[in-house]
Design a protein around this ligand. Structure first.
Ligand code: ADP
Length: 300
């Protein structure tokens, strides 16, 4: 099989591991820099060019699209889909996952447990917005934030008002969320591949005053046994967003597990090093089955 790994950097742990796992299973893998692909959108003959030449035909693409390049990355993946290449995560699912609000809306419609979340544009209804999520303490989040940046814990109504006024005034898209105190600065990352949770880890904020568990914010990861309810929730959430490979973040609340976030390009380093699971090979195995399904469908 010929696999393209769409990634901006050769040296990234996840990129390297996917190449390694593909080669171990006797596949050819190339790393293609998403941002150096360019497209020809001619009728009935979509092609992609790369560094001056038409891109070789690939059987499969594994997208690793960073948050800052979602728009262009999704266009490249869409073009590959048009060309009949099997894409491990498709462009629509990736753009859905990147929009936190859209993801939560889709999950809430299907009855998935979520913290009470508010979203507003106008400065006039701040009081009601704060009341809607149960009052302080509450969490204010940038819609486009990642790695815990732009996630703010606000302890009083006065502070909530000031922060909301500042951000709404600056036209930053934010959401307001009930604070799940009992989570104790921890969350669970479930790594889903092809409708199964292949690995799970708990992330715990390092400092007692920190509530964000992100590893980029110094969080500490340990392996964890998840409950059946959490497993089902992770699988269902990936499915609702339409992702075959996903990092589903769950928080444990007094009302049961709740979804924090759905990630379309979850990193492999933390999960593999913490759990010892060869997640990269799970992704390659899933890619193999996807390609054989794709070949069959295209013959029919
Ligand atoms: P990011 O996409 O930047 O990682 P998240 O929404 O996942 O943003 O929030 C980062 C971390 O902050 C979460 O993993 C969790 O530990 C903590 N957190 C976020 N929202 C809440 C909340 N409503 N209640 C309790 N903790 C939260």
């Amino acid at each position: 099989m010929k696999i393209a790994i769409l990634s901006r950097k050769h040296s990234l742990y996840s990129t390297q591991r996917l190449v390694e796992a593909a080669q171990t299973r006797d596949h050819h893998a190339d790393i293609i820099d998403t941002m150096r692909c360019y497209m020809n959108i001619t009728s009935a003959q979509p092609t992609i060019h790369y560094k001056g030449n038409e891109l070789d035909p690939y059987d499969a693409v594994i997208p690793r699209i960073g948050a800052s390049v979602t728009f262009y990355g999704a266009a490249v993946i869409r073009q590959l889909e048009m060309m009949g290449v099997f894409c491990v995560n498709d462009s629509v699912a990736i753009t859905r996952a990147r929009d936190k609000l859209r993801s939560l809306q889709l999950l809430s419609k299907k009855g998935i447990g979520l913290p009470v979340t508010g979203f507003a544009h106008s400065l006039d209804e701040i009081k009601d917005l704060i009341a809607m999520v149960g009052g302080p303490p509450l969490v204010i989040k940038f819609l486009e934030g990642t790695q815990g940046i732009g996630v703010i814990l606000v302890e009083t109504s006065k502070a909530a008002r000031s922060v909301l006024e500042a951000f709404l005034g600056l036209k930053v898209n934010i959401m307001v969320q009930e604070y799940i105190k009992e989570a104790g600065g921890a969350d669970i990352r479930c790594f889903v591949v092809g409708g199964k949770v292949v690995a799970a880890m708990k992330r715990q904020a390092k400092l007692p005053e920190e509530f964000r568990s992100n590893l980029h914010r110094g969080g500490i990861a340990t392996p964890i046994d998840i409950t059946d309810e959490e497993r089902n929730m992770a699988i269902r959430s990936a499915n609702i967003i339409g992702l075959n490979v996903a990092g589903i973040d769950i928080i444990r609340s007094n009302r049961g597990p709740m979804i924090m976030e759905v990630n379309a390009s979850p990193g492999l380093e933390g999960i593999e090093k913490t759990t010892g699971v060869d997640v990269a090979s799970e992704i390659i195995k899933f890619t193999e089955s996807g390609v054989s399904r794709n070949h069959k469908e295209r013959k029919e």
